[in-house]
Design a protein around this ligand. Structure first.
Ligand SMILES: [Zn+2]
Length: 381
């Protein structure tokens, strides 16, 4: 059978850090040109849009998974606050509620209710309402690689978190045979999920990385049999740090003589707490309480600006307290048990860095995850 002309294969491996990929030599054979990339402050919900648009969170608008809003799509769920905690805290209840909410709203983006108290559901709205691995996911003026592919008329196919790694790879391999598509982007959360639970187990990590590498490499091999030119990019959004400690910020706040909801509002992420204030007195008291802690630090507006996560309307917080690398807010609105690994600490930590690996040299050399956007575009020439 005649070979296809040229095909671009992009594999987005969530949480494959630069340090870890270097240590294990992961993907060295299929994509030998590796570059260290600084990530953005925040979580995948900030980093992934940065990779897909080439913009910083303050430009594409996605930082936290939830932002403060006067009219939230979650507001109807607030009535659940009257249900007993034994019901509302149950994982299966939350999962079913999430499935029902996705069906009812038609939202296709990634969000989760975790352990967010239902009384906050009228205060916070979801940022990622649309599937970011498809065109037209962002606000007007923000265009992603998929919008670019549409405007250039390039046939493409993508796989997001909704499909498991084996299924996505099997579908990719069968589509390659048809030779109709020019650009593929396959996202997998597999390594991220694994590392949250087992990042402290070195031999298990080595086995899992090798397993994922083998599966991806075998599809690349098949592509090489079918196409004259196969361009490969493998990149991540951030790394993973081992959990080294926890701190009960909620407990600290209970000792502050202010009433949540009336004097202030707080969202407890796993590595940061974001505050909004009803009056200056509340702000002063909370700044005083947080300033005594050595488990993290308050970020200034200049810090947020230099990280590209500052928003004039403070929709993601008027004050941000960021935990030290490895130390979790626990309990938080994300969970009550500490995972073995977490990300979302300072991008400066060596284990926070992401990686991009390519089958050919990338010039200029990428140094930030937003450069993955340019690398993807460069495969279309
Ligand atoms: Zn993760």
């Amino acid at each position: 059978m005649a070979k296809g002309d040229r095909v671009a294969l992009c594999f987005f491996v969530d949480a494959l850090g630069w340090e870890m990929a270097q240590e294990h030599g992961t993907f060295r054979k299929v994509a030998p040109h590796a570059y260290r990339q600084r990530t953005v402050l925040g979580y995948s919900c900030a980093a992934q849009p940065t990779i897909l648009t080439g913009m910083m969170p303050s430009e594409h608008g996605h930082w936290g998974m939830f932002y403060r809003s006067g009219s939230s799509a979650l507001a109807p769920l607030r009535t659940m606050r009257f249900l007993p905690p034994v019901v509302t805290g149950h994982r299966r209840f939350r999962r079913r509620l999430l499935q029902w909410h996705r069906r009812k709203t038609g939202f296709t983006g990634y969000y989760n209710f975790y352990r967010i108290p239902f009384e906050l559901f009228s205060t916070f709205d979801i940022v990622e309402k649309k599937d970011i691995f498809a065109p037209a996911a962002f606000d007007p003026g923000v265009s992603s690689i998929f919008d670019h592919l549409v405007s250039e008329g390039v046939p493409f196919r993508s796989w997001s978190w909704t499909s498991g790694l084996d299924r996505s790879l099997a579908e990719l391999e069968s589509e390659l045979r048809e030779k109709r598509t020019r650009f593929y982007l396959l996202y997998t959360p597999h390594i991220d999920g694994f590392l949250h639970g087992k990042v402290d187990d070195d031999s298990a990590v080595a086995r899992e990385l090798a397993m994922v590498e083998d599966k991806i490499a075998s599809v690349i091999e098949r592509a090489k049999e079918m196409y004259s030119q196969v361009d490969v990019l493998i990149y991540s959004d951030h790394g993973m740090l081992k959990t080294t400690g926890t701190f009960d910020l909620m407990g600290l706040m209970r000792n502050v003589e202010l009433t949540p909801g009336r004097d202030y509002t707080v969202f407890y992420d796993s590595t940061m707490a974001r505050f909004w204030f009803s009056h200056d007195g509340a702000r002063a008291e909370i700044v005083d309480a947080l300033s005594t802690l050595d488990c993290g630090a308050l970020l200034t507006d200049d810090d947020l600006k230099s990280e590209g996560v500052y928003f004039d309307d403070h929709r993601f917080g008027e004050l941000v307290f960021l935990m030290n690398p490895g130390v979790l807010v626990l309990p938080s609105h994300m969970g009550a048990q500490a995972p073995k690994g977490m990300h979302g600490f300072t991008p400066e930590h060596p284990d926070s860095y992401a990686v991009i690996m390519s089958s050919s040299e990338l010039t200029p050399a990428p140094t930030h995850i937003r450069h993955s956007f340019d690398a993807m575009k460069s495969l279309l020439g």
